[in-house]
Design a protein around this ligand. Structure first.
Ligand code: MG
Ligand code: MG
Length: 251
C-alpha cells in the first residue's frame, strides 16, 4: 500500500529532510585525506543527539552504524571503519534519521581531494541522473518515468546503473511502497499522485552494473571492481511538481 501524506505530514518530513541535509553538509566539509569514516560516523551520531533525532540506519536489520560509508568500488551499505581516506578516493555517505515520527534519507558521494577526470564525471553524471529522475516525478506521470529518466542520463554518458538496489517510498517507515528502480522503460507502474513521498537513489558504476555483497552481509561492491557513486534525495510529489525534502534551507 502506498501511503499518501497530508500537508502537515509533509511539513514534518521537510523538517526531517533539512536535518539530514545539514548533517550531510557537515560531513562533506570534514572529508579530506586522512579522515576515517568511523570519525564521520561519530559526527553524524552526535549531530543526531543534538537535534533529538534518531539515526535511521543504526540497528535497522542489524546494521551497526549511523552512516553507510562506501568508498571507491563499494556501492552501498558499507561499514564505517578506521581506514584513512586517501587523496583521489571518493566516498559515498548514505544517511537517514527519524524526527517527530518521520524519516528523511539522502546520500552524497564526495571526492577526497582531487580525483581523476573520469571519476569527476561519474559524480557529475550520477547527480544529474538523480535530478533527471526527480524532474520526472510529477503527479500524473508513471513511476517508471523516473526510472527511465535516470537510466537514460547514465547510459548517455557511458556509465551503468545498478539493478540490485532501488529507491523506495518513505514516511513513517524508512522503506515503504513503491520500490523505485533506476532503470526501465517509461510509462509503466503506478501513476504518481500528490502526497506521495519517495527516495530516489541512483547507484552508478564506471564499469558493469553487477554488484555482490561481501561476507559481512551488508557491503555491496562492484563485481568488476570499478568505482561507483550514489546520490539520493527524499522528495514529495506536490501540486507544484516534485519538491526535494532533503535540502538545505527549507523550513
Ligand atoms: Mg539512503
Ligand atoms: Mg534510501
Amino acid at each position: 500500500m502506498i501511503v499518501i501524506k497530508s500537508q502537515d505530514e509533509i511539513t514534518t518530513m521537510r523538517k526531517a529532510g533539512r536535518h539530514v541535509a545539514e548533517i550531510l553538509q557537515i560531513l562533506r566539509e570534514k572529508i579530506r585525506p586522512g579522515v576515517t569514516t568511523l570519525f564521520l560516523n561519530g559526527i553524524a551520531e552526535s549531530e543526531c543527539k543534538k537535534r533529538n533525532a534518531r539515526p535511521a540506519f543504526k540497528g535497522y536489520g542489524g546494521f551497526p552504524f549511523t552512516i553507510c560509508a562506501s568508498p571507491n568500488n563499494k556501492v552501498v551499505h558499507g561499514f564505517a571503519d578506521s581506514v584513512p581516506l586517501r587523496q583521489g578516493d571518493i566516498v559515498s555517505i548514505d544517511f537517514g534519521l527519524i524526527i517527530d515520527g518521520f524519516y528523511g534519507d539522502s546520500a552524497i558521494t564526495v571526492p577526497v581531494g582531487n580525483v581523476d577526470e573520469e571519476i569527476e564525471k561519474l559524480l557529475r553524471v550520477t547527480q544529474a541522473s538523480l535530478m533527471a529522475g526527480i524532474a520526472a516525478a510529477n503527479s500524473g506521470q508513471h513511476l517508471s518515468d523516473i526510472s527511465h529518466a535516470v537510466q537514460t542520463k547514465v547510459e548517455q554518458n557511458d556509465f551503468s546503473v545498478v539493478r540490485d538496489f532501488v529507491g523506495h517510498g518513505i514516511g513513517r517507515r524508512l522503506h515503504e511502497e513503491p520500490q523505485v528502480p533506476n532503470y526501465g522503460e517509461a510509462g509503466h507502474g503506478i501513476v504518481l499522485k500528490e502526497g506521495m513521498t519517495i527516495a530516489i537513489e541512483p547507484m552508478v558504476n564506471v564499469g558493469q552494473p553487477g554488484v555482490k555483497v561481501l561476507d559481512d552481509g551488508w557491503t555491496a561492491v562492484t563485481i568488476d571492481s570499478s568505482w561507483s557513486a550514489h546520490f539520493e534525495h527524499t522528495i514529495a510529489i506536490t501540486e507544484n511538481g516534485p519538491e526535494i525534502l532533503t535540502c538545505l534551507g527549507n523550513i
